[in-house]
Design a protein around this ligand. Structure first.
Ligand SMILES: O=C(O)CCC(=O)C(=O)O
Ligand SMILES: [Fe+2]
Length: 396
């Protein structure tokens, strides 16, 4: 490195790593986001935080984040020559849909954000393939522009040496795993997460079956109002929106005319329908069906391996009155399906197969159960780490 390059690096301390995450890691985090995200903190942005996963009875979905978080923290400590261990202030999946952007800023630019020392942004999907627009720019120094590519990571100081912006997303959904690290141990997100985890996991007996079934958050966290919609009254539920993008409708067997508050429906058991067919499986709520549907398109839709092991999933033809009920639910929760499709692009749906889908229900249970055991086992380690950590810092 020339002296000049060294100086540049000091002025704008930043690190770009290509293929830091594997394709599998990116796809797993994408599955979690597309089945668990809520309305984000900025217009046309969706987010999945670790505390939200715990609050919706999906704490097991934290497991895939943990090794990645450790690897990123280690990279940041090493690159920036940190003398003491950093803490993670925030970990979350963030997606930007059409219309989302951010102007020049540094990530510590508010009095309540001063604890942020370093930022790590991992790109989970790719510019030009999964979305258009959304290029990242540094105001000064090199590189000037970064075109997000799945697996790449950019790590930089959160101060004004790394002022940056992101162009407006023109199409598709741009997905990142974003973390902030702090030198100040009082801002460790783990301390909060442990308390939440203990509340959610320890008060539940380990023997409770189905303890990984999702529990939806409040409706307003899923009720999306597109920023640039011509009609501001058009809102849609992102859970039904994402199911729609995968080719599914939602069917409730109860008499909808007797249900006064339709929003309560989304907490109720339901079934999925596809075109003129009703799938026989009963899900505990719409979030459960979304997790299974996303799991199917993540893992199984292209594999035939499991189909012979299970009974065929049953489907029946929708009756006239069942189709009408589906239309009624859509008119409340989706409204303008064309608008929904501009935010959530359709997945490759040509491979849908009812038998494989019913295998996905079992495979989803196995996956969730395995992660649930892992999160229970990991809790003592988290606690031990916190304990050592607080002693170390009290001594200093
Ligand atoms: O997603 C990115 O590339 C950066 C996002 C950003 O600047 C932020 O969240 O502060
Ligand atoms: Fe930023």
């Amino acid at each position: 490195m020339t002296e000049m390059e060294m100086e540049m690096e000091m002025e704008h301390p930043r690190l770009i790593l290509h293929n830091f995450l594997t394709e599998d890691e990116c796809k797993e985090l994408e599955f979690i986001h597309k089945s668990s995200s809520t309305i984000g903190y900025r217009p046309n942005v969706f987010s999945t935080t670790l505390s939200h996963l715990i609050a919706t009875n999906s704490s097991h979905l934290i497991i895939p984040f943990l090794p990645i978080r450790d690897r990123l923290k280690e990279k940041a400590e090493e690159f920036f020559g940190c003398e003491y261990e950093l803490v993670t202030e925030f970990t979350g999946l963030i997606s930007w849909s059409r219309g989302a952007s951010i102007g020049w800023h540094s990530d510590d630019n508010r009095p309540y954000l001063k604890q942020r020392d370093f930022t790590a942004v991992c790109y989970l999907n790719s510019y030009g393939k999964d979305f258009e627009g959304g290029l990242f720019h540094f105001q000064d120094g090199e590189p000037k522009t970064i075109a997000p590519m799945a697996g790449d990571v950019v790590i930089y100081t959160a101060d004004s040496r790394n002022t940056h912006s992101v162009d407006e997303v023109a199409d598709g959904e741009r997905l990142t795993l974003t973390l902030w690290f702090s030198r100040d141990s009082s801002h460790d997100e783990d301390a909060k997460l442990i308390l939440l985890l203990e509340e959610n996991l320890m008060h539940k007996s380990n023997n409770v079956p189905w303890s990984f079934l999702p529990l939806p958050a409040s409706d307003n966290m899923y009720w999306f109002s597109p920023n640039q919609a011509s009609n501001q009254d058009i809102k849609f539920d992102i859970r039904l929106g994402r199911l729609h993008a995968l080719g599914f409708d939602v069917y409730y067997s109860q008499d909808l005319n007797l249900t006064t508050d339709l929003s309560e429906l989304l907490m109720e058991p339901m079934q999925l329908a596809r075109r003129d067919q009703l799938l026989d499986h009963k899900f505990v709520n719409v979030l459960h069906s979304l997790q299974v549907a996303q799991f199917y398109f993540w893992k199984l839709c292209k594999s035939q391996a499991l189909t012979n092991k299970v009974q065929c999933g049953k489907v029946v033809r929708l009756s006239q009155s069942q189709s009408e009920k589906i239309a009624q639910v859509n008119s409340v929760f989706l409204k303008d399906t064309k608008l929904v499709e501009t935010f959530f692009h359709s997945a490759d749906q040509c491979c849908f197969e009812p038998a494989t889908f019913s295998a996905a229900i079992t495979a989803w249970e196995d996956y969730s159960c395995k992660l649930h055991k892992e999160i229970l086992l990991s809790l003592p380690q988290w606690r031990a780490h916190q304990a050592i950590y607080s002693i170390k810092f009290d001594v200093l």
